[in-house]
Design a protein around this ligand. Structure first.
Ligand code: GLY
Length: 253
């Protein structure tokens, strides 16, 4: 069970956030509304939501998942590859110090974004991507090993982050785009290939028995319902314009 989530209010500078999406300009007021709706959805999953203040210095800082990895035994502060995001870690670390006695760090030359890490029970799949390098992944695997957990790598070639294209919707079931649906790393899972080219729906979050999914993907919604999932849809159109997904917007622990 998760009991808490950390989110970070977007600043007006989010309109200058990193993106390859080509989905248009962010509407900041709409983004704030969607952020409040996201928080409400987390609360409906029985989470206490800790809301960090906006920081205009860091346009992408609302994507709080990228700067830390939270496990039941330790927190790991990441080292984002994007230079504009490096400074995002310190505020999140200071909040985590209230909850964790063991805080580890990814260090140079390693880079790692939390969006590249998919946890399934005590194993962590780590995407090797434009943001996460092998040095960062190996550091994380070593840290996890010290706490009795394991990790392994998966190549990321088409998406920004691993979890842009594959997420865990139950302990035995993944939702995946074509890039991941047939990967040997995931052969032990039941893999639901996203229906109808609805790739934007692959980034879902499983929280306390419910599955949060982005709004606007009716075929994937039906797939999840057919799997017995209790689905909550959230409109995150303004975050998608910055390559952001549902998982990126919170840290759950
Ligand atoms: N805009 C989110 C990221 O590129 O890190």
């Amino acid at each position: 069970m998760f009991t808490k989530a950390i989110v970070r209010t977007p600043g007006r500078s989010m309109v200058f956030g990193l993106t390859n999406a080509n989905l248009g300009t962010v509407d900041y007021e709409k983004a704030l509304l969607q952020h409040r709706q996201y928080i409400a959805a987390l609360k409906s999953c029985e989470l206490e939501v800790l809301v960090l203040e906006a920081d205009e210095t860091y346009p992408d800082s609302t994507f709080v998942e990228d700067v830390a990895l939270l496990t039941t035994r330790c927190a790991i502060i990441t080292r984002p590859a994007a230079p504009s995001r490096r400074g995002e870690t310190s505020r999140v670390q200071s909040l985590l110090e209230r909850f964790y006695t063991c805080i580890e760090k990814i260090t140079s030359p390693g880079t790692l974004d939390g969006g590249d890490v998919m946890q399934v029970c005590e194993h962590f799949y780590i995407g090797i991507s434009a943001r996460t390098n092998l040095a960062g992944a190996n550091q994380l695997i070593t840290i996890l090993g010290r706490y009795g957990m394991t990790g392994s790598t998966v190549p990321v070639t088409e998406c920004l982050h691993l979890k842009t294209g594959v997420t865990c919707v139950s302990e035995k079931t993944l939702l995946a785009t074509d890039e991941y649906a047939l990967r040997p790393e995931f052969a032990a899972f039941k893999v639901l290939p996203v229906a109808g080219g609805e790739n934007g729906a692959a980034n879902c979050i499983r929280i306390n028995g419910k599955v949060l999914m982005p709004a606007g993907f009716p075929q994937v919604r039906q797939q999840l319902i057919d799997e017995g999932a209790q689905v909550i849809e959230i409109d995150i159109s303004e975050y998608a314009k910055l390559d952001g997904g549902l998982t990126c917007l919170s840290l759950r622990f």
